[in-house]
Design a protein around this ligand. Structure first.
Ligand SMILES: [Zn+2]
Ligand SMILES: [Zn+2]
Length: 161
């Protein structure tokens, strides 16, 4: 993985997160085209990163390597830690964050005993490792909601994502 594709991959993730987590391939090409002469070549390479993107194939047929109406969905291996606060091993790679806070409705607010901060030393390191440190909290939470089964209501855990 070269530096440029890392940057593009990051750029795509940010754009997906600003658009409810997904965009058409055609829309993504438009976003990349001011920066790269051949957005199709750049994107089709970067989007093969199976741990960061899922492509749901569209029907439109063109010369592009991915059909323009295919939907690209942001994916991440990032998870919210399920251990109780203080009960976790030292090099835990998950976010130490209140799951209700991520879901947008922690009713304990600042009295909550779970963490509501993204910029603790642990969380900052976890985000940095996955290259997600520049996402806005709302974008990051969306990414988590799309990916972490622990955050989904039980009824939705049976839907393929
Ligand atoms: Zn943990
Ligand atoms: Zn909370």
């Amino acid at each position: 993985m070269g530096d440029i594709s890392d940057l593009v991959s990051h750029f795509i993730t940010m754009n997906l997160c600003k658009n409810q987590g997904c965009l058409d391939y055609g829309q993504l090409c438009e976003k990349i085209s001011p920066i790269y002469k051949d957005p199709d070549e750049m994107l089709s390479g970067v989007l093969t990163e199976k741990n960061r993107f899922v492509i749901v194939d569209g029907k439109e047929k063109t010369g592009c390597s991915v059909r323009p109406d295919s939907v690209v969905v942001a994916k991440t291996s990032l998870r919210v830690c399920q251990s109780l606060p203080g009960n976790c091993h030292r090099n835990c790679g998950n976010l130490h964050l209140c799951r209700y806070f991520v879901c947008g409705d922690c009713r304990y607010r600042n009295k909550c005993r779970n963490c509501h901060e993204l910029d603790t030393e642990h969380n900052a390191a976890v985000l940095m490792r996955l290259g997600l440190q520049n996402l806005e909290p709302s974008e990051l939470f969306l990414l988590l909601l799309l990916n972490d089964p622990y955050l989904l209501p039980e009824v939705m855990q049976h839907l393929p994502i």
